[in-house]
Design a protein around this ligand. Structure first.
Ligand SMILES: [Zn+2]
Length: 109
């Protein structure tokens, strides 16, 4: 069933160049598949390298941190968080340093 779901995801594009599923962590294509986040009820596309690294989308992790109460309470729950920024894999410390860039997006209007 999972395999069928991944095939369906792959076939979402119509085969034109650039329509293949891209990794939502580092932006490379094609993604190896869709995976569940360790931090929230969301799925994301990831390439093999990001999957091996255990990295998740920076925007998504920041969203989960926001929902969990913000950076001050993130240290334990998100201790193992990995993401990708400007060509390199980053850990929680760097993620929290970048968090303010996204925080506005999560505020309820
Ligand atoms: Zn990737």
């Amino acid at each position: 069933m999972i395999g069928k779901f991944l095939d369906w995801l792959k076939n979402l594009g119509d085969g034109d160049e650039g329509s293949e599923l891209a990794c939502s962590v580092c932006g490379e294509a094609p993604a190896a598949g869709a995976f569940s986040s360790r931090f929230g009820p969301v799925s994301f596309a990831a390439c093999g390298a990001c999957r091996n690294e255990g990295a998740e989308s920076l925007f998504m992790i920041c969203g989960c941190i926001h929902r969990a109460g913000g950076p001050k309470t993130a240290k334990e729950r998100f201790a193992g968080a990995r993401s990708f920024h400007e060509g390199a894999y980053i850990g929680l410390e760097k993620i929290l340093a970048l968090y303010p860039e996204f925080a506005d997006e999560f505020e309820d209007v």
